[in-house]
Design a protein around this ligand. Structure first.
Ligand code: HEC
Ligand code: HEC
Ligand code: HEC
Length: 111
Protein backbone atom coordinates (compact mmCIF):
# COMPACT_ATOMS: atom_id res chain seq x y z
CA UNK A 1 0.00 0.00 0.00
CA UNK A 2 2.72 2.41 1.01
CA UNK A 3 4.60 1.65 -2.21
CA UNK A 4 1.46 2.28 -4.25
CA UNK A 5 0.92 5.68 -2.62
CA UNK A 6 4.52 6.64 -3.31
CA UNK A 7 4.23 5.47 -6.92
CA UNK A 8 1.03 7.42 -7.42
CA UNK A 9 2.37 10.62 -5.93
CA UNK A 10 5.51 10.41 -8.09
CA UNK A 11 3.27 9.99 -11.11
CA UNK A 12 1.09 12.96 -10.12
CA UNK A 13 4.17 15.12 -9.62
CA UNK A 14 5.55 14.16 -13.02
CA UNK A 15 2.22 14.95 -14.66
CA UNK A 16 2.23 18.45 -13.19
CA UNK A 17 5.90 19.19 -13.78
CA UNK A 18 5.96 17.98 -17.39
CA UNK A 19 2.48 18.72 -18.76
CA UNK A 20 3.58 19.19 -22.33
CA UNK A 21 0.46 19.32 -24.52
CA UNK A 22 0.83 17.90 -28.08
CA UNK A 23 -1.56 20.55 -29.46
CA UNK A 24 -2.64 23.89 -27.96
CA UNK A 25 -5.61 26.06 -28.92
CA UNK A 26 -3.84 29.42 -28.96
CA UNK A 27 -7.06 31.44 -29.18
CA UNK A 28 -7.84 30.07 -25.72
CA UNK A 29 -4.28 30.27 -24.39
CA UNK A 30 -4.12 33.97 -25.32
CA UNK A 31 -7.75 34.72 -24.60
CA UNK A 32 -8.63 36.16 -28.03
CA UNK A 33 -11.78 38.13 -27.30
CA UNK A 34 -13.45 38.81 -30.65
CA UNK A 35 -11.85 36.47 -33.20
CA UNK A 36 -12.14 37.29 -36.89
CA UNK A 37 -10.09 34.25 -38.00
CA UNK A 38 -10.30 30.55 -37.22
CA UNK A 39 -8.59 29.59 -33.97
CA UNK A 40 -4.98 28.46 -34.33
CA UNK A 41 -4.47 24.90 -33.08
CA UNK A 42 -0.71 24.90 -32.52
CA UNK A 43 1.12 21.65 -33.33
CA UNK A 44 3.36 21.71 -30.26
CA UNK A 45 4.64 18.12 -30.64
CA UNK A 46 5.51 18.65 -34.33
CA UNK A 47 7.43 21.80 -33.45
CA UNK A 48 9.47 19.95 -30.84
CA UNK A 49 11.02 17.70 -33.51
CA UNK A 50 12.91 20.39 -35.40
CA UNK A 51 13.31 23.13 -32.78
CA UNK A 52 14.85 23.42 -29.32
CA UNK A 53 12.58 24.14 -26.35
CA UNK A 54 14.60 27.29 -25.76
CA UNK A 55 13.95 28.51 -29.32
CA UNK A 56 10.44 29.26 -28.04
CA UNK A 57 10.61 29.21 -24.23
CA UNK A 58 12.66 31.28 -21.80
CA UNK A 59 13.03 28.11 -19.70
CA UNK A 60 14.09 24.71 -21.10
CA UNK A 61 11.20 23.08 -19.21
CA UNK A 62 8.72 25.20 -21.17
CA UNK A 63 5.88 27.09 -19.54
CA UNK A 64 4.12 30.38 -20.11
CA UNK A 65 7.13 32.62 -20.73
CA UNK A 66 7.77 32.52 -24.47
CA UNK A 67 10.91 33.86 -26.14
CA UNK A 68 10.45 36.59 -28.74
CA UNK A 69 12.52 36.66 -31.93
CA UNK A 70 14.86 39.21 -30.26
CA UNK A 71 15.64 36.74 -27.44
CA UNK A 72 13.69 38.70 -24.82
CA UNK A 73 10.55 37.52 -23.05
CA UNK A 74 7.60 37.82 -25.45
CA UNK A 75 5.01 40.36 -24.37
CA UNK A 76 1.84 39.20 -26.11
CA UNK A 77 -0.68 41.75 -24.82
CA UNK A 78 -4.08 41.81 -26.49
CA UNK A 79 -4.21 39.63 -29.62
CA UNK A 80 -6.09 41.73 -32.15
CA UNK A 81 -5.59 42.46 -35.84
CA UNK A 82 -2.87 41.26 -38.16
CA UNK A 83 -0.07 43.24 -36.56
CA UNK A 84 -0.24 41.33 -33.25
CA UNK A 85 2.83 40.26 -31.24
CA UNK A 86 2.39 36.53 -31.92
CA UNK A 87 2.65 37.14 -35.67
CA UNK A 88 5.37 39.80 -35.65
CA UNK A 89 7.62 38.72 -32.79
CA UNK A 90 7.10 34.96 -32.52
CA UNK A 91 5.60 32.73 -35.24
CA UNK A 92 6.50 34.69 -38.38
CA UNK A 93 10.19 35.54 -37.71
CA UNK A 94 11.10 31.90 -37.10
CA UNK A 95 9.15 30.71 -40.13
CA UNK A 96 11.04 33.30 -42.20
CA UNK A 97 14.39 32.32 -40.72
CA UNK A 98 13.79 28.60 -41.21
CA UNK A 99 12.15 29.14 -44.62
CA UNK A 100 9.01 27.23 -43.69
CA UNK A 101 6.94 26.63 -46.81
CA UNK A 102 3.82 28.85 -46.74
CA UNK A 103 4.94 29.83 -43.23
CA UNK A 104 3.21 33.23 -43.46
CA UNK A 105 0.15 32.12 -45.45
CA UNK A 106 -2.96 32.79 -43.38
CA UNK A 107 -4.51 29.35 -43.90
CA UNK A 108 -1.32 27.55 -42.83
CA UNK A 109 -2.22 28.47 -39.25
CA UNK A 110 -5.88 29.62 -39.28
CA UNK A 111 -7.74 26.54 -40.53
C1 HEC B 1 8.00 26.44 -31.85
C2 HEC B 1 7.78 26.89 -30.49
C3 HEC B 1 7.79 25.92 -29.35
C4 HEC B 1 8.70 24.92 -29.09
C5 HEC B 1 9.89 24.48 -29.91
C6 HEC B 1 8.33 24.35 -27.83
N1 HEC B 1 7.21 24.98 -27.33
FE1 HEC B 1 6.28 24.60 -25.57
N2 HEC B 1 4.84 25.96 -26.02
C7 HEC B 1 4.84 26.79 -27.12
C8 HEC B 1 3.67 27.64 -27.08
C9 HEC B 1 3.30 28.70 -28.10
C10 HEC B 1 2.97 27.31 -25.90
C11 HEC B 1 1.67 27.93 -25.37
C12 HEC B 1 2.06 28.99 -24.37
C13 HEC B 1 0.91 29.49 -23.53
O1 HEC B 1 -0.08 28.78 -23.36
O2 HEC B 1 1.04 30.61 -22.99
C14 HEC B 1 3.72 26.24 -25.26
C15 HEC B 1 3.38 25.64 -24.06
C16 HEC B 1 4.16 24.73 -23.37
C17 HEC B 1 3.85 24.17 -22.08
C18 HEC B 1 2.57 24.42 -21.29
C19 HEC B 1 2.66 25.72 -20.57
C20 HEC B 1 1.44 25.93 -19.71
O3 HEC B 1 1.63 26.15 -18.52
O4 HEC B 1 0.31 25.84 -20.23
C21 HEC B 1 4.88 23.35 -21.72
C22 HEC B 1 5.03 22.55 -20.44
C23 HEC B 1 5.84 23.38 -22.80
N3 HEC B 1 5.37 24.22 -23.78
C24 HEC B 1 7.02 22.67 -22.83
C25 HEC B 1 7.86 22.59 -23.92
C26 HEC B 1 9.06 21.74 -23.96
C27 HEC B 1 9.55 20.88 -22.81
C28 HEC B 1 9.61 21.92 -25.19
C29 HEC B 1 10.82 21.23 -25.78
C30 HEC B 1 10.77 19.77 -25.76
C31 HEC B 1 8.77 22.89 -25.91
N4 HEC B 1 7.73 23.26 -25.11
C32 HEC B 1 9.01 23.33 -27.20
C33 HEC B 1 5.79 26.82 -28.12
C34 HEC B 1 6.85 25.95 -28.24
C1 HEC C 1 11.48 28.49 -33.41
C2 HEC C 1 10.88 28.37 -34.72
C3 HEC C 1 9.38 28.35 -34.90
C4 HEC C 1 8.44 29.10 -34.26
C5 HEC C 1 8.64 30.15 -33.18
C6 HEC C 1 7.17 28.72 -34.82
N1 HEC C 1 7.34 27.76 -35.78
FE1 HEC C 1 5.85 26.87 -36.87
N2 HEC C 1 7.25 25.79 -37.88
C7 HEC C 1 8.60 25.82 -37.65
C8 HEC C 1 9.27 24.88 -38.56
C9 HEC C 1 10.76 24.62 -38.63
C10 HEC C 1 8.24 24.31 -39.35
C11 HEC C 1 8.39 23.31 -40.51
C12 HEC C 1 7.89 21.97 -40.13
C13 HEC C 1 9.02 21.15 -39.63
O1 HEC C 1 9.75 20.62 -40.48
O2 HEC C 1 9.16 21.07 -38.40
C14 HEC C 1 6.99 24.92 -38.90
C15 HEC C 1 5.75 24.60 -39.43
C16 HEC C 1 4.56 25.12 -39.02
C17 HEC C 1 3.27 24.77 -39.58
C18 HEC C 1 3.06 23.87 -40.78
C19 HEC C 1 2.29 22.65 -40.50
C20 HEC C 1 2.96 21.69 -39.59
O3 HEC C 1 2.44 21.50 -38.46
O4 HEC C 1 3.98 21.08 -39.96
C21 HEC C 1 2.31 25.45 -38.84
C22 HEC C 1 0.81 25.40 -39.02
C23 HEC C 1 3.02 26.24 -37.85
N3 HEC C 1 4.37 26.00 -37.99
C24 HEC C 1 2.42 27.09 -36.93
C25 HEC C 1 3.12 27.91 -36.05
C26 HEC C 1 2.48 28.85 -35.16
C27 HEC C 1 1.00 29.06 -35.03
C28 HEC C 1 3.48 29.47 -34.48
C29 HEC C 1 3.38 30.54 -33.42
C30 HEC C 1 2.48 30.31 -32.30
C31 HEC C 1 4.73 28.90 -34.91
N4 HEC C 1 4.46 27.95 -35.88
C32 HEC C 1 5.97 29.25 -34.43
C33 HEC C 1 9.27 26.59 -36.74
C34 HEC C 1 8.68 27.51 -35.87
C1 HEC D 1 2.47 31.07 -38.40
C2 HEC D 1 1.10 31.08 -37.97
C3 HEC D 1 0.20 32.19 -38.41
C4 HEC D 1 0.02 32.66 -39.68
C5 HEC D 1 0.70 32.25 -40.96
C6 HEC D 1 -1.00 33.70 -39.59
N1 HEC D 1 -1.44 33.80 -38.29
FE1 HEC D 1 -2.87 35.06 -37.61
N2 HEC D 1 -2.58 34.40 -35.71
C7 HEC D 1 -1.70 33.41 -35.35
C8 HEC D 1 -1.85 33.15 -33.94
C9 HEC D 1 -1.06 32.13 -33.15
C10 HEC D 1 -2.86 34.02 -33.47
C11 HEC D 1 -3.43 34.09 -32.05
C12 HEC D 1 -4.30 32.88 -31.71
C13 HEC D 1 -5.60 32.79 -32.46
O1 HEC D 1 -6.13 33.84 -32.89
O2 HEC D 1 -6.13 31.67 -32.61
C14 HEC D 1 -3.28 34.82 -34.61
C15 HEC D 1 -4.23 35.82 -34.56
C16 HEC D 1 -4.68 36.55 -35.64
C17 HEC D 1 -5.65 37.63 -35.57
C18 HEC D 1 -6.29 38.17 -34.28
C19 HEC D 1 -7.40 37.28 -33.77
C20 HEC D 1 -8.60 37.24 -34.69
O3 HEC D 1 -9.08 36.11 -34.98
O4 HEC D 1 -9.09 38.29 -35.13
C21 HEC D 1 -5.86 38.07 -36.84
C22 HEC D 1 -6.78 39.18 -37.28
C23 HEC D 1 -5.00 37.27 -37.70
N3 HEC D 1 -4.29 36.36 -36.94
C24 HEC D 1 -4.93 37.42 -39.07
C25 HEC D 1 -4.06 36.72 -39.89
C26 HEC D 1 -3.93 36.96 -41.33
C27 HEC D 1 -4.76 37.96 -42.12
C28 HEC D 1 -2.95 36.13 -41.77
C29 HEC D 1 -2.37 36.02 -43.18
C30 HEC D 1 -1.78 37.24 -43.67
C31 HEC D 1 -2.47 35.36 -40.62
N4 HEC D 1 -3.16 35.75 -39.51
C32 HEC D 1 -1.46 34.42 -40.68
C33 HEC D 1 -0.84 32.72 -36.18
C34 HEC D 1 -0.73 32.90 -37.54
Amino acid sequence: MKKLVVALSVFAFAAIAFANPPTIDLSKAFNVKSPTKKAVIFQHATHQKNNQCTDCHMDAKGGKDLKAANGQKLNVGEVKGTSNALHKDFCWPCHEKKQVKNGKTCTTCHK
